[in-house]
Design a protein around this ligand. Sequence first.
Ligand code: UD1
Ligand code: CA
Length: 457
Amino acid sequence: MTNQYAVVLAAGQGTRMKSKLYKVLHPVCGKPMVEHVVEQIESLNMNEIITIVGHGAEKVKERLVDRSKFVMQEEQLGTAHAVLQAKSLLENKEGVTLVICGDTPLIQDTTIEALMKYHHEKRAKATILTTTIEDPTGYGRIIRDDLGIVGKIVEEKDASEQEKRVTEINTGTYCFDNQVLFDALSKVSNDNAQGEYYLPDVIKILKDADEVVAAYRIDDFEESLGVNDRIALAEAGKIMRKRINEKHMRAGVTLANPESIYIDAGVVIGQDTVIESNVTLRGKTTIGEDCIITSGTDCTNAEIGDRVWIRTSEIEDSKVGNDVQIGPYAHLRPESDIHDHVKIGNYVETKKAVVGEGTKLPHFIYMGDAEIGKNVNVGCGSISVNYDGKNKHKTIIGDNVFIGCNSNLIAPVTIHSNTYVAAGSTITEDVPEEALAIARTRQTNKEGYMSKMNFVK
Ligand code: UD1
Ligand code: CA
């Protein structure tokens, strides 16, 4: 097997994005574009992946960590100059180098594999991945001679009117014989409309040296979409979303109105789960089997068990067990850990809260910095008073506790197991096991008061 190397171009500023965020870090379905690209290459068993970084280098490195080597391109003088930065790492190695742009997030491993296979079959020194599109504006054009043999690539800004009419474009992905590539790169000049060192110029240089150059054309333009501005970013998101949704549907997930459902790459969903319109599942969210997620639900890094029913709610960085009901309009804030058979009803908010098995928080409740045991019932309007204006304090509730409606549990406080808190209590002291706590003023009835005051006619 020949050695295979990959160079990912990711140093460009991305001026056309008009963004403070480095272009290749813009997410498509929750994942930076460059990570999508690297992920596809990873599945192809490369000997080495080298990412060329420039502006925002640290952030790209943070994201990819040890999945790639990194080479710095101090000044972004063009794509040929970018590849040249990997010279010391690659020029003495025998094999094939794949060059790919970090801003083409939709490219798939199967296509790259086919490109490399074609490159070997044709015994080419360079093979370009091309496609044909209706509106080729902005892309480099593939210029073929009368026999259909590729002669060169011309960038939009350097193209003649006739060349601009060519609809076959350079996708920005290529295979090169390694040594031939670095040899040719040293001959690239920046004598063009943009004053840049263009990688596509290598094609003409190789042709002039009578080397074999091939072009592998794919039908699917979508895969080669290069994201240079926010319009293309939205387009890439739409295509990726469709791919993700179809993958889940094929795996046995029901998506009602899939066009309105946003599922990030990497989200896992179990069989026979039903997801209704306008649901967003972000980050590392995982959802078990036989769940129902209704319209408007938004989950970020949520770990949800089986048979969970989530109605129009928001869940962030939290865990939910099996057979749980949530919502409508509940908000599980970070570090909520909801055990099996729990009911979190409408307008309930939790934060850093463990809720034990079988416990019910049916309506209008706030539990923050709380540890709640099993089979507890927290009455409507009850809250853990966890914040004194400076510090957060903990509320601990044991098993089999009944908290009456509208109770304030002033933390730090422990309500031990098998206790009862009377409705309307403001609990400031621990409640011992088996006790009933009443912490409210007694009611006084003033007999005949209304008629004395002539209120009643
Ligand atoms: C490039 C190709 C064009 C092709 C298109 C496909 C060139 C000159 N043109 O154009 O033929 O049709 O991609 O999408 O190559 N980069 C660096 N360092 C640099 C410049 C760019 O690392 O000095 C990186 C960018 O971060 C980007 C990639 O190279 O990921 C492509 O650069 P970009 O400026 O987007 O090239 P295009 O104009 O899209
Ligand atoms: Ca581009």
